[in-house]
Design a protein. Structure first.
Length: 498
């Protein structure tokens, strides 16, 4: 540790965001450009270099956090980048999108604000690109073995990069017209500008990874035929089967899934469309679902010029501090964490039905029904307040005006409509995910499954960890039963819980 007393003398300081009034007028990232590097060295100095660093276990990638904190504090950016990339293929993604379970496991967080691990990680990753520390790393020789990776989200890309660097010939199949999966068309531009994604894709192309876009395996390409052409197949299609809202009025026009809405806004940013056909401009928007996807819809609707935006969360408002009985350190606690989108909605008072101090969320709110006009267009959402058991509280029914209702209720497994699962005859778990053994292998020889398609909906850091781990399993399958690739997690590992 560079400063043994840094955690005592330096308060936590997060990467500042641009003013709300400025950032809601564009789609650029919400953080102030250039404002991270001046503060990150002192923030890295707050790391205590613990004898038992629980941040390692809280992070499924096993990131060497104290190591690169110390190196950043000493201004050794090259070595910090080496340590960071040793465990994480895409730290600029996680540094912007991960909710940072590592910070919940920081020993300093027992009685002080945690080290800004996520900010330090992002600073290292960005500096690595600026200084030329993140060049392509092609293999010295090819193995002669071939692998098809289906899906180009964080799991698929991590698996493909690891296997390419191990010397195998890898082709990534993506059903959309661009590479990136959820990071491309699900994550809004204001959370992560797509130039970061394009940069990694360029790196992977230079290393030898091949990409096949606009190709749905099971429909455009026969799944069995694809398996026959490659020595191994990795299924990393994500959990794209969305959960539905089973209430009267669901069939009304103007009620859409979040993943029908968000990709169109991203396509506007890509230049494919002048305006989204589902734009929130001038409409009263209600978002059903209190998670990150709902928050992404919120920030998008604000930027599109919605007349009002309200987000419904069926759970009670979380507390501001950790409950040491139910969620003791170092587990990841459920806390009241306003996102940048919530900050924007609160400052702009987008939810007139909410309390004065609200960030546009209504907590403990359950949808009863949707009603519309004579033309079948949604016009109102009827809700009721519920208790912790989701039982309605009498006399709490309310009606919200709604010209656009977005459903952000999560996902439960891979989409089975493309023919991939049925075509290969893959076995499924009762919850709809792809079944696999302790080595990530499915019931079909040579076919492996990783990421949300097999784990279920999870975090980007778990997705990358799955991609690295399945790559090690595939490499072992293709060689003599050994591998030099790291496997940070097993298929049955789960986040730390009380």
């Amino acid at each position: 540790m560079a400063d043994p007393k840094g955690f005592l003398t330096t308060p936590r300081q997060d990467w500042p965001r641009r003013p709300v009034g400025e950032r809601v007028r564009d789609w650029n990232e919400v953080h102030a450009p250039g404002a991270l590097l001046p503060i990150v060295g002192a923030q890295a100095d707050r790391c205590m270099d613990c004898g038992v660093p629980f941040c390692h276990d809280a992070c499924p990638l096993g990131n060497l956090i104290p190591d690169w904190n110390d190196l950043v504090a000493r201004d050794d950016w090259w070595a910090a980048a080496e340590r960071l990339h040793a465990t994480n293929n895409f730290p600029e993604f996680t540094g912007r999108l991960c909710p940072a379970p590592c910070e919940a496991g920081c020993v300093l967080a027992i009685n002080q604000p945690a080290v800004t691990i996520k900010n330090v990680e992002c600073a290292i990753a960005d500096r690595a690109w600026e200084e030329g520390f993140a060049g392509p790393a092609p293999p010295d020789r090819l193995s002669g073995r071939t692998v098809a990776v289906i899906g180009s989200g964080p799991t698929g890309l991590a698996a493909a990069q690891q296997l390419t660097r191990a010397g195998h010939t890898v082709a990534v199949y993506e059903r959309d017209d661009r590479i990136g999966g959820l990071m491309r068309y699900g994550i809004p531009e204001f959370k992560m500008e797509k130039r970061h994604l394009e940069r990694r894709i360029g790196q992977m192309r230079a290393e030898g990874t091949k990409f096949r876009t606009s190709t749905t395996v099971g429909r455009d390409v026969d799944a069995v035929g694809l398996r026959a052409r490659y020595d191994a197949v990795v299924i990393a299609t994500g959990a794209t089967a969305w959960r539905e809202l089973a209430v009267p009025g669901r069939e009304l026009s103007g009620v859409h899934q979040a993943m029908e809405y968000l990709p169109l806004a991203n396509r506007v940013c890509e230049g494919d469309l002048e305006a989204s056909p589902l734009s929130a401009a001038g409409r009263d928007v209600v978002i059903v679902g209190g998670g990150d996807t709902g928050s992404d819809c919120l920030g998008t609707a604000v930027r599109e010029g919605a007349a009002s935006v309200t987000q419904l969360d069926i759970y009670d408002r979380p507390g501001d501090e950790r409950d040491e009985v139910t969620e003791p350190w170092p587990t990841y606690p459920k806390l009241y964490r306003p996102s940048a989108s919530h900050e924007e909605a609160g400052a702009l008072r987008t939810a007139p039905e909410a309390a004065e101090d609200s960030d546009a969320r209504l907590f403990a709110a359950s949808t009863l029904r949707l009603t519309g006009d004579a033309d079948g267009r949604v016009r109102a959402l009827h809700l009721v307040e519920v208790d912790a058991e989701r039982r309605p509280r009498p006399g709490t029914e309310r009606v919200l005006p709604a010209g656009l209702v977005l459903l952000a209720l999560g996902f439960f497994g891979p989409d089975q409509g493309d023919g991939l699962v049925a075509g290969l005859g893959l076995e499924l778990e009762p919850r709809g995910t792809i079944a696999r053994d302790a080595g990530f292998a499915t019931n079909v020889p040579g076919v492996f499954a990783a990421g949300d398609a097999a784990r279920g909906q999870s975090l980007i850091v778990w997705a990358i960890a799955e991609g690295r781990a399945v790559a090690a399993a595939v490499d072992r399958h293709l060689t003599d039963g050994t591998t030099r690739l790291p496997a940070p997690i097993g298929p049955y590992d789960r986040p730390m819980r009380a």
